[in-house]
Design a protein around this ligand. Structure first.
Ligand code: 13P
Ligand code: SF4
Length: 305
């Protein structure tokens, strides 16, 4: 049987919903029930009445789904789909770090482990970080982890002085500034749209900065016809599907290759999705005590979003 037919059949039998991030392979994007950024995927996972969530993204996203909706079976096509930001903040080091600043409010980017979430006061994503930081009273100091570039960007936007964890996204830190300048010279009418995980040497050229969903919406609603896209190129598939008369240019990385895909996101395949629904694994499990600690800062984020 054709792989796609098999997937639809299994999806129906298992009463499963397929949630996918925009950085997934085009073939996965095309069969997903719902596509979104980290915030929208968390909200969708919390609301779904399906019995099974097949999460096509990375592990912190699937864990977030399980934390928010624990009675569902949450499957991932490949459990090894991690994230360099989450890996940059091991729980023991993070615990020592926050104890150095006992009076600070601890805000963690959703790209972190469940253990780190459990030690945080509020979680944020790239689409609500500014709002979340602004919700903290002015007299409170803030620790922000793990993305130092998102942190620096938010410091500029809010004027808040935050202590930053030294983590980065391996995909967004390797865009070549020289190639950005070359693309801007080659396409002078193009607007540069960027994800806030990019370092400042890239963000300084951006006409618009936002989460993956925000970048997609901006490219749809803007009058501009050409865009230089400073984020993982998977999102360009949706941009091209939504608007036929616009052009999108990915930015080459430091090796001059326009192939700076997220290696973790790209571990998921249609074959692995079929196998996951067939075998009902790999499944996400979170100890209940840990889940109850991790849900508090996530619920706080959802209330504030
Ligand atoms: P978004 O929340 O903007 O989709 O970002 C998630 C991510 O991992 C970006 O690298
Ligand atoms: Fe993590 Fe970067 Fe991949 Fe996003 S693109 S999942 S931040 S490694």
């Amino acid at each position: 049987m054709d792989l796609i037919d098999k997937l639809y059949k299994l999806k129906k039998e298992r009463n499963a919903v397929i949630l996918a991030h925009y950085y997934q392979d085009n073939s996965i994007q095309d069969i997903a029930d719902f596509l979104g950024d980290s915030l929208a995927l968390a909200q969708k996972a919390k609301q779904t009445d399906a019995d099974v969530i097949l999460f096509c993204g990375v592990r912190f996203m699937a864990e977030t789904a399980k934390i928010l909706n624990p009675t569902k079976i949450v499957l991932m096509p490949d459990l090894n789909a991690g994230c360099s930001l989450a890996d940059s903040a091991p729980a023991d080091k993070f615990e020592k770090w926050i104890h150095t600043y006992p009076d600070n409010v601890v805000i963690s980017y959703i790209n972190c482990s469940t253990e780190v979430k459990a030690m945080s006061d509020i979680i944020c994503t790239s689409s609500n970080a500014e709002k979340i930081i602004n919700s903290v009273p002015d007299d409170k100091q803030i620790c922000f982890a793990p993305d130092k570039h998102l942190g620096s960007y938010i410091i500029k936007k809010t004027g808040r002085d935050m202590v930053l964890w030294d983590g980065t996204c391996q995909v967004h830190i390797i865009f070549s500034e020289l190639e950005v300048i070359n693309l801007m010279n080659k396409h002078p009418e193009a607007l540069l749209i960027a994800h806030p995980e990019c370092p400042d040497n890239i963000l300084q050229y951006a006409d618009f900065v936002g989460s993956t969903t925000a970048l997609l919406n901006y490219s749809i609603n803007s009058d501009a016809k050409e865009f230089i896209v400073a984020t993982e190129p998977g999102i360009i598939h949706q941009m091209e599907k939504k608007v036929f008369d616009k052009k999108f240019y990915p930015i080459p990385n430091l090796d001059g290759c326009s192939c700076n895909e997220c290696p973790h996101m790209k571990l998921n395949t249609l074959e692995k999705m079929v196998a996951a629904l067939e075998n009902m694994q790999p499944e996400i499990f979170i100890p209940e005590e840990l889940r109850l600690k991790a849900i508090r800062p996530l619920e706080r984020m959802l209330e504030l979003s």
